[in-house]
Design a protein around this ligand. Sequence first.
Ligand code: NAD
Length: 517
Amino acid sequence: MPLSSLANGPASLLASWKGTSVSGGTTKNFIGGQFVESSTTEWLDVHDPSTQTLLSRVPETTPTEFEDAVQKASAAFKTWSKTSIIGRQKVAIELQHLLRQNADAIANSIVLEQGKTVADAHGDLLRGLQVVETAIGCTSTLIGDKLEVSKDMDTYVRKVPLGVVASIAPFNFPAMIPLWSIPMALVTGNTLILKPSERDPGAAMIIAELCQRAGVPPGVLNVVHGGVPTVNAICDHPAIRAISFVGSNRAGEHIYNRATKNGKRVQANLGAKNHAIIMPDANRNHALNSIIGAAFGAAGQRCMALSVAMLVGEARQWLPELIERSQKLKVNAGFEPGTDLGPLISPAAKARVTGLIASAEEQGGKILLDGRNIQVPNYPDGNFVGPTIIEADTNMKCYEEEIFGPVLVVVQAETLDEAIEIINSNKYGNGAAIFTNSGATARKFESDVNVGQIGVNVPIPVPLPMFAWSGNKGSFLGDIGFYGKSGVNFYTENKTITSLWKSEDALVTRASVNMPT
Ligand code: NAD
């Protein structure tokens, strides 16, 4: 069945993606159950990062269209919030099925617009699908508390939806991150306005259409496109109760400040600089492969990428092998078989990453592996940077800034204590990993290190969705994490009811004015 939401956009490209320009195609908004062409005059271009082919144009949603989306979401909330929990669960079950059935179309859209490899694009979807699967358990997670507090008197808590909520997504996980919000917001009874990344909206559009097919009623999920003006409209609209944001610190701090000032609940997952410690007693093969995979997979464009390595003591001797294995990774377009790393999202991202590598050179860092001038046959215009390894100090720009590219910074640490101190002094707190065969070392690391997500012999310790995302320090703003029990709490508020149903009617004619105890 053709995906009508993308009739003019990326879906029609999927069969002939290679080198075929679709200049003039547009991505539609999804408002009130309809895929509608925007009447805007401002469009943002979506390019294939391997070829620069123009794939689609994304509208800067007009204020009237945005208002329409909020009105439709508000109207839908009245009925959706009263839909039975089993009814909402049924929609989530159907969505799970449809996502699996259409995994190839979603993954292809991701490869085309974002550039990651086919296998990695399937992983992107799968990690989102797991949130849908966990959300199916809403029939248990939404159970409240009840206690008979005194004779004939009960107190109970209802977890009620907030109303209209919004989700603002980044480019690097076009399926997973919209799917952190869609199932959690919907099964809890909210209606949602999603703003996907303007750089790769295709996967979100396919998912929106699958939601419709799964039985999500009109207005319950709406997708609006755009950049800063649309984001600001979300932050300012009085009917929007909460915002889930994932992206850079610059955007996230702006959104958090603006939206919380307007009284909204905000959860904001931000940037990162994740460190790996390799102890000399680690399983060498596992440690080296894990670090290479986590540093260079998705061209380093993951917020849980391992971007700093500290080889402690004798593990330093493994550095030549780390370089040699990294050198063997294949850089190519995501659709090409055997590709390990695809391109960066844009020429500007490539310029930024190569600029940060150059800054390391200027500041006295050693470029041990240089991916700046990589040539990728058949894709001369792609935004490619090959695996790069820099030996650097913690006061260099390449260490201080999130690079978000295939660059591993190797920092000297003589001891475990020194390595932990370096991690704890870093402004970010998304994740960190240790590779060791000592339980005592692992335990010390886990207990002393101040980041939210810790891997012990696990390079990318992203929690499965029965747990919650738990980045901290500069990697998170807000109080309630994404998905898991936190996700349920984020999208609901408690109503506490105390009721008295007297079993016998004693005749009392005088009112008591004392505080009831
Ligand atoms: P980004 O901040 O540029 O964009 C994210 C969203 O914010 C987009 O929808 C965009 O339209 C909007 N936006 C961009 N600039 C804005 C501004 N100035 N004001 C208001 N809105 C703005 O992020 P990105 O480049 O798409 O994604 C990469 C970043 O996201 C990295 O920093 C990465 O670490 C982070 N990230 C974090 C997590 C996490 O869970 N911690 C997960 C994925 C990505």
